[in-house]
Structures are given as C-alpha cells and as structure tokens.
Unconditional design. Structure first.
Length: 446
C-alpha cells in the first residue's frame, strides 16, 4: 500500500525536490521548518507545515524528539530526510522504526554499519570491492600508526571512523609527523562526531573522485552509472559531471557496487564513492546512504526520477526496473551555485534583489531561491544547482557556459565567476582533473 503523507525533514532546494516528487506520486507533503525558513518556497507549497523554532537555527532540523513529534502529530506514513541534518543518523531512524513510521532510506542497522568507516571498509572488502590498504581496527597511538605506515608505505592518511566531509583528515608523509597529526585528527573527530576513533589507510596520490549511483530494494540492487566529482573546495564538491568511464570500467565497478549493496541488505538510494589513482585503480571510499546533491546528473543522462524511485522502494515495491533498462545518453554537468565569494569561498549571506535563472533546451535548475529571498548565514551556502545536458561533453560545457551567463543573482556573491573560469580552463576541457584541481590552479582564484 502506498504512502498517503510524507514528512520532509529538511529545507532548501532538496526539500523542494522531494516535495515535487510527492506531488507527482499524489502523496501529501508535510514539512518542518525553523524560523528562518517560515516564508521559504518549500514551506509555502507544502500541504502541512510544522514550525520548530529554536534559538539555535540548526536545532530546528536536528532535534530528534521534535521531528518525531511532528511526524506523529501529522500521522505521516514516512519521513524523507533529504541530505544532511538527520539523513544519516541511525538513532533517528531507530526512533522512527519504534514509532512504526517508515524512514525513506536504509534501516538503522545498515546506516550504523555504513556510518562506521572501519566496519564499512571491512564489509565492502568482504563483498569484493577494492579497498586501500589500511588498519582494520582503530589506531590509538603514534607508534602503532607508524608501524602500519612503514608496512603499507608513505604517504598515509588518518581519517575519523565516524567522519565525513573530510573533517579531521590528516595526510602524513613521515614518522615524525604522526604524533601531532593523530592528536589533531582524534580531537577534531571527537568535536565533530562525538567519537574520537580514527584509522589509517594508504593515501591515494593524484586521485580522481568517482561515485556510482545505486538503488536497492533490500534484496536486489541496480546501478545508474557514475558521476565524476573531483572539483572540490575543502573536500566539498562544486562541479560534478557524468558519465566519465569506459563501458568496460562502468560494468566492472557497477557490478561490484551492486554486490556491496546486496551484501548489507541495502534499501533505497545509495552512492558508492571511490578514489581512482593515476594508474586507473579504484579504491572504495565510503557509501552515502541517502540521495546526493548531484543526483540530478544521473537523472539527466538516464531519464529516471531517482527521488521517486527511492520513495517507491520505501513503500515496499520491488525494483521497478532492471539493469538492462538503464542506458546512459549524452553528458550532463552540474554547477553548485553557492552564495560564496568566488576568490576565497567566504560565505555571502544576504537578500536577493534580483533573481533570474536560465532555461531552454537541456537546462535544469533546482533552487528554492526567488526575488526577495533572504539567504541565511546559519545554513549551508547552496543557493541553486544549474544542470545541463548535451549530446557530448563539449556541447554540455558550451550549454553550461551559456546558462551561467544568463543567470542573474543580485545581492549576494556566488561561485558563478569561478565556474566560468573553470569551464574555459585547458586542463578541465581536456579532462586532466584530480581532487587537487583547485589547489593546483590557483590562477583561477582571482
């Protein structure tokens, strides 16, 4: 039996994206919101809106009891977390399970497993995915870490076991650096995640960041190909595109990620992230157990509504399509239009006095912004996503350049000037890109 009402436990463009999917499925859309978002488009367009006003703005979306109470008061069938906030919180999912409310995503046990990078590494290694050499247990002292580094070879990287977003990661090139790097990583992990466990693995130099989109129903899994996400600032992506790999590489890695999802009984949308070294070897990085910011690229090149499919699977439907149904067509690029200074990435909150987004053949915009919108300083700086499709990568680049030049956002700084400089840069055009692209092209930061 299908859902009648879904609570969207998020804000901004992803809340609007989920709301639209609910509309298309003829499901009522409810939403929670903080004071700063009370006049936002997702709140205005929802069927029901529950205010959760807190002194600390983030608490409006992170206070589990308040979200659970909102879901119960509205008698919703399910909660969609979007990304960020409570999307990967296993305790939140467990609470929903206790209340017999469906979480649109994997169950609490799977989220707990994948949220622990050490356990996730072990599970994916057992499923046959390539994993970089590293520690199978938490590392507690510098001598222990140094011995492992001598075995696998420098450089190595220290990562938080409960971490994400690059928080606390430290690259170590020699034994004498371990003491301070280990202490710093443990301290930042404790502060950010309440868990100071860290592990060590081989640092992949000259790497590219490539991810695979997966959908599973708890038993079977299919993939929708890959996205290339190497252009990043502070480990956060700003331009993504796809496809990127050869048909042979896509089939090989695609088969592996499906096995990985099936091995843990995954249900819903997932993104399997990899680093590919300069020799073309892949190394498993992590699984993001939710819809991704850049899911739009995959929708453009496959023609499938991923958010809708995730909801349908959560309703208990088996996979409605097979692997053979998925055919990649053309090329897609997404630029994140963050309200930030394009030379130093400093956030630029403020009011939009003018707001015009591009349109036309092969252009899509996902945004909650409008004329008069106040961009808060207390949340993520993502203002919009501009996505284009072209028959070839060159055509997609030309279309993106045109789309960015048409965009008018007055009142805040944005990354549009930087995006335009990247689109014209020779290494970008020739696909000579690694995760260090921004650092290696400081001339773009002008």
């Amino acid at each position: 039996m299908g859902f009648k009402r879904i609570l969207i436990a998020n804000r901004g463009e992803i809340a609007l994206r989920v709301l639209r999917a609910c509309r298309e499925l003829e499901i009522e859309a409810a939403i929670i919101h903080g004071r700063e978002d009370r006049t936002s488009l997702p709140v205005q367009l929802s069927d029901y809106a529950i205010p959760i006003y807190r002194k600390e703005p983030l608490s409006s979306y992170l206070e589990i009891d308040a979200v659970i109470n909102a879901a119960k008061s509205l008698e919703v069938d399910a909660v969609h977390p979007g990304y960020g906030f409570l999307a990967e919180n296993s305790w939140f999912v467990s609470r929903l399970e206790q209340e017999n409310i469906t979480f649109i995503g994997p169950n609490s046990e799977v989220i707990s497993l994948l949220g622990d990078k050490i356990r996730a590494r072990a599970a994916m290694k057992e499923a046959g995915l390539p994993v970089a050499e590293g520690s199978d247990e938490p590392i507690n002292n510098a001598d222990e870490a140094a011995k492992l580094a001598e075995k696998i070879g420098y450089p190595v990287i220290i990562k938080a076991a409960a971490g994400g977003g690059g928080i606390g990661m430290q690259v170590v090139h020699q034994k004498s650096d371990f003491e301070s790097a280990l202490n710093l990583c443990q301290s930042r992990a404790q502060s950010a995640f309440g868990d100071n466990r860290v592990f060590v693995e081989k640092f992949i130099e000259g790497a590219q960041h490539i991810e695979f989109q997966v959908l599973a129903d708890g038993k079977n899994a299919i993939h929708f190909g890959e996205r290339f996400c190497s252009i990043q600032r502070r480990h956060q992506k700003i331009i993504e595109e796809g496809p990127w790999l050869s048909d042979e590489e896509r089939e090989r890695i695609g088969n592996l990620v499906c096995k990985g999802a099936e091995a843990v009984g995954y249900k819903g949308l997932a993104t399997f992230e990899f680093l590919r070294d300069k020799f073309g070897e892949f190394y498993f990085l992590e699984v993001n157990p939710r819809v991704q910011v850049e899911h739009t690229i995959t929708e453009m090149i496959t023609g499938y509504n991923l958010v809708e499919l995730g909801i349908r699977v959560a309703q208990g439907e088996p996979l409605p399509i097979t692997q053979n149904d998925i055919v990649l067509n053309g090329h897609s690029i997404q630029c994140r239009i963050n309200a930030e200074n394009s030379t130093n990435f400093v956030p630029s909150p403020g009011r939009l006095w003018d707001c015009h987004f591009p349109s036309g053949y092969g252009i899509r915009v996902d945004s909650h912004a409008h004329i008069g919108y106040d961009m808060p300083r207390c949340f993520d700086s993502l203002l919009a996503k501009i996505i284009v499709w072209g028959r070839t990568r060159k055509e997609a680049i030309r279309r993106m350049r045109s789309a960015l030049n048409e965009t008018r956002l007055e009142g805040v700084d944005t990354l549009i000037p930087l995006h335009l400089r990247i689109l014209d840069e020779d290494d970008f055009k020739s696909r000579d890109i690694t995760i260090h692209y921004i650092d290696d092209h400081q001339e773009l930061m002008r």
